[in-house]
Design a protein around this ligand. Sequence first.
Ligand code: FMN
Length: 206
Amino acid sequence: MPTLLQVNSSLYSGDGQSTRLADQLVARWRASHPGARVIVRDLARDPVPHLDAATFNAFRTPATELTPAQARAVAYSDALIDELRQADTLVLALPLYNFGVPSTLKAWFDHIARAGATFRYTADGPVGLLPGKTVYVAAARGGRYAGTGTDHQAPFVRQLLGFLGMEDVHFVYAEGLALDAAARDQALAEAAAEVERLVGVARSAA
Ligand SMILES: Cc1cc2nc3c(=O)[nH]c(=O)nc-3n(C[C@H](O)[C@H](O)[C@H](O)COP(=O)(O)O)c2cc1C
C-alpha cells in the first residue's frame, strides 16, 4: 500500500504556514492515491529530544551489550527510522527559523541519520540506505531566499536527504510571507499552483 509520512515542524503545529502548505500537498496526493496510508508526525506536539552523548554512544554499542536505558534510546530511534522506511513518499513541512531548520526537525534528523541503519561508509564513501523515496518539501519563509546564496536551509536539507539516499526531492516555496498582505497572498497562491503542478490529479493521471 502506498504510504506517505508527513513531518511537521512549525512551532504553530497545524496552524503553521508550512504545515498548511504540506496539508494541501498531502490532500492532493491522497486524491490520486485512494486508500493510501498517511502517517503524520508533528514535532511541536511530540518533540524528539536533542541528541546527547548517552544516546549517540548507545547507537554505537552492539545490541548484545546495551544497558536497559541504552536499549530504550535505540528502540526510540529505530521506531522513527521504521516509520520513515515504511513511507515511499515523505513530505517535510519546513519553516525557516533563524536562517535554518527548526531545532525540532534537526533533532529528528539527528535520530534518523544513523551509521549502519540509514547510511553506511564504504571504501568509495558514504552510501545512503533509504533510496527510492519521493520527497516533497513545503518551505515557508518570512523573506525571500530561494535560489540565492543566502539560502542555507534548502541546500542543507537536500544534502542531508541525499546522504541518506533520498535524491528525488521537490521543494515548494511560500516565500515573502512576512513582507505584506499582498506579497503573502501571492506567495501562497503561487505555492498552491506549484503543489497542483507537482502532485495534482491531472499529473498523476498522465
Ligand atoms: C522563531 C522564528 C524565526 C524566524 N526566522 C526567520 C528567518 O530567519 N528568515 C525568514 O525569512 N523568516 C523567518 N521567520 C518567519 C518564518 O519563516 C515564517 O513565519 C514562516 O511562515 C514560518 O513557517 P510556519 O508558519 O510553518 O511556522 C521566523 C519566524 C519565527 C517564528
